[in-house]
Ligand binder design. Structure first.
Ligand SMILES: [Zn+2]
Length: 368
């Protein structure tokens, strides 16, 4: 043997990588006199390679470990009681993301439910939302790139690295071969081709050029924000949210480090899941016009706008939190939508204070 290497035949396995519709080859491989077992999957450096070129097992294994790591982050935060957005993100990115994104440059193209669930759970925990909250609303408020897109950025980093390798490296040879077959086969380079096209960067792929990762990040951001806008315009449940939220970015109320309960109530209010009658009535099958506010004599639907702008049960709180700062808010010139936009975007801290106090006010005070 050229390199005089001793190979442990019991640890060496053989995989026939192929599309799922193709049957496995009967060809037998030998190392010396010993036959090598053919297996369905093989774990190499923590990544599980499956015979049909899927990475579900890798994602599921990583998600189990990441769930545990996230549990440990949560238990530490419970001790702190109050924590800010930046602290949370720092902990999440340091303790959980390295696990969920392990080796993602290889397998990160597809989204995996088990890993997305961890990301969603983290977002719910941060915003203090419950499980019925729209993911679209939560991702809009957190303004962070979804985990699948984050993993795809790692693929671009690997692309750059592969291009910089010497031509005699085995990895480079595999890459070149992959690149040649990418038009007819479904392989890593074919996935990269789609990614470059999605970001309008096809030239980099065709000419095999390395790319500045900041350009990728900024293009990815634009792509995410645009698809977020499209989804928002098609989401009837987030009608009110769409009135005041028109930019995909981290909301101020998260960065302000509000107390946890205030952040939670404001987030629920924004995403339209605060248990107002417009929402609770839906669960018991009430008609929309019957879901009127029972706390005041206005006889109108108890929705977000009524709650924050006009319900007379909270007039004193409204006066206290909004009046002095917003004389123009009270003027009859402003429409309800404009007033809501003004409050949500300019006075998030006051909104959180008002909503928390209003919502925690005994709501058994039925008007009669
Ligand atoms: Zn009312």
């Amino acid at each position: 043997m050229k390199w005089k290497v001793l190979i442990n035949t019991s640890k060496s396995k053989c995989i026939h990588f192929r599309p799922s519709r193709q049957t496995r080859s009967n060809y037998k491989f030998n190392l010396g006199l010993e036959e090598i077992d053919t297996v369905e999957s093989y774990k190499y450096l923590g990544v599980i390679f499956q015979e049909h070129c899927k990475f579900d097992n890798t994602a599921n294994t990583l998600s189990t470990v990441a769930r545990r790591a996230f549990g440990s982050v949560i238990s530490k935060l419970y001790i702190l009681k109050e924590f800010g957005f930046k602290t949370f993100m720092k902990l999440y990115e340091a303790c959980v993301v390295p696990i969920t994104d392990y080796g993602a440059a290889i397998w990160g193209y597809k989204s995996h439910n088990s890993l997305e669930m961890i990301e969603n759970r983290a977002m719910r925990f941060l915003l203090g939302d419950h499980r019925f909250t729209s993911l679209l609303g939560m991702s809009g408020d957190s303004g962070s790139i979804p985990c699948t897109q984050r993993r795809r950025i790692k693929m671009f980093q690997l692309w750059n690295r592969l291009l910089s390798l010497d031509d005699d490296r085995l990895t480079k040879k595999v890459f070149e071969n992959d690149f040649c077959c990418a038009t007819s086969n479904k392989n890593w380079c074919a996935d990269m081709k789609v990614l470059f096209e999605k970001l309008n960067l096809s030239d980099y792929y065709t000419n095999k050029l390395s790319i500045n990762i900041n350009v990728v990040k900024s293009k990815m951001w634009t792509y995410v924000a645009e698809s977020w806008h499209v989804k928002l315009s098609n989401s009837p449940k987030l009608r009110t949210y769409a009135v005041f939220k028109n930019e995909f970015k981290t909301e101020n109320y998260l960065v302000f480090n509000l107390p946890r309960n205030e952040r939670s109530i404001l987030a629920q209010f924004r995403c339209g899941v605060l248990p107002l009658r417009v929402e609770t009535g839906r669960f018991i099958g009430e008609k929309l016009e019957d879901r009127t506010c029972q706390m005041c004599a206005h006889n109108c639907i108890e929705d977000e706008k009524h709650f924050i702008l006009s319900c007379s049960l909270y007039s004193d709180l409204r006066q206290y939190w909004f009046n002095e700062a917003t004389s123009d808010l009270q003027s009859s010139q402003m429409q309800d939508n404009d007033r809501l936009i003004y409050l949500m975007n300019n006075l998030p801290r006051r909104c959180a204070k008002f909503l928390t106090r209003a919502f925690l006010r005994p709501r058994n005070k039925l008007f009669n």
